[in-house]
Design a protein around this ligand. Sequence first.
Ligand SMILES: Cc1cc2nc3c(=O)[nH]c(=O)nc-3n(C[C@H](O)[C@H](O)[C@H](O)COP(=O)(O)OP(=O)(O)OC[C@H]3O[C@@H](n4cnc5c(N)ncnc54)[C@H](O)[C@@H]3O)c2cc1C
Length: 467
Amino acid sequence: MNLDALRADIDGIRIEDHPAIVRQKSRDFYWYSPVLKQRLDHVVGDLVVSPANEEELIRVLRACYRHGVPVTPRGSGTGNYGQAMPLSGGVVLSLAEMSDIRQILPGRVVCGPGAILADIDRATRADSGQEMRMHPSTYNTATIGGFIAGGSGGVGSIRWGGLRGLGNVLRLRVVTMEEEPRILELTGEDLHKVTHAYGTNGIISEVEIPLTAAYEWVDVIVAFDDFMDGARFANALAREDGILTKLATVVAAPAPHDYFKRHQKFLAAGDNVVIVMVAAHALGPFLTFAAQYDGRTVFNAAQMSAEELKGIPPAFELTWNHTTLRGLRVDPNITYLQVHYPFPRHLELVETLNRRFEGEVIGHLEFIRFDGNVICSGLPLVRFTTEQRLDEIIAAFEETGAPIFNPHRYTLEEGGMKQTNAAQLEFKRQTDPRGLLNPGKMVAWDDPGYDLNSGRLWLFKGLQKAG
Ligand SMILES: Cc1cc2nc3c(=O)[nH]c(=O)nc-3n(C[C@H](O)[C@H](O)[C@H](O)COP(=O)(O)OP(=O)(O)OC[C@H]3O[C@@H](n4cnc5c(N)ncnc54)[C@H](O)[C@@H]3O)c2cc1C
């Protein structure tokens, strides 16, 4: 790794090497996991490089290839599993400057990878009353490139499913890490080579995603005495064909009252809540629907003045991994899991596991479409004690039939399906022959024989040594 030669080759391109800045931009939200915090706290890059456009991006990748410098792409660094952390040092490649919105067309938008999600919606709403189908709850900070390379779904998935669904990403322009970097245009099945690949096999330099009609969305919170009553309500709501919603999240007591500080005045200690975003034109039908259930509508933004809403965060910032963030702010021993509750047993599985781990695991469900069915995925909060106990809980969920996408792992496979993604691996062989893109995040590249079902945490040999 020859950093001086690299600097000379990319003269004129923005570089940051102040240790405090480099350290800050070498970290994401990995600290949600006590397992990752213990293993990655010391990780730091050597330089932060910010190309302003695709031409500069190509210059950087060509020079890093020539001088053997690892490159870890970064959007805004809000990922949760150390995805944007440079395990072997080298260059942190910030795509934040490539944030331009290039084209807005009926039903789609084309933009740079560094575009912030909320900025995309602001532009498409103003232009033609359109908005993105889905976004993470880090809507105001995350980039579209980071969402596609590291995220999975979020607000809107109740209607459109996840990013993996065909049609939810239309086209990606990707630059390779080769002696002479190539520009590849990916569409259709080929998109899966790069979506949720953590930037291990190509740098996204342009994104084309679908748009849908934009509406005014109303935040509503319905409280239930019983968590499962809330879950059944949310499941039925998500299955209602005529009531347009963008979010239906269920969070178990005591989390809402104890962790949602700005909403606390609307909540009672034992409240289990269903957090809903409903289109303003569907609010009436929604309230009619809700009246058929035992819940209490404790928050309805449409009935509140601007003064009353002052300082109240948008409802989606109580959901997805913001729920964990709000828990961590109150109790540093909180951590979380990511659970898939498969159709059609999803509610039954939730009930079984919720009862089994009462007091230790706090229920948190996100209702989504998955392969055409309404199911729920979960980000339950866990009162962390030991790694061993965490692994026991994970094993119990899996044995019961609820697969875990383990957020306490930094590799694609261990955090995903616990199997090699052959298409992503093969694509890496073609696009990153020296293995310089985000090293240590694809077990199959470094350690093809490793048993991904051992349950142990795979240790990347190239991981920087602490101290
Ligand atoms: C409070 C909180 C709530 C969250 N809620 C959600 C949620 O609702 N849904 C969800 O899916 N995620 C969620 N996340 C995770 C994360 O915020 C999202 O995945 C987000 O979209 C990541 O965007 P980013 O710009 O911060 O990406 P980063 O964290 O910077 O990067 C994510 C991954 O993408 C790679 N990458 C970034 N840009 C590029 C590029 N141009 N080309 C190739 N690779 C690239 C990085 O190397 C890294 O592997 C949440 C995280 C937090 C902390």
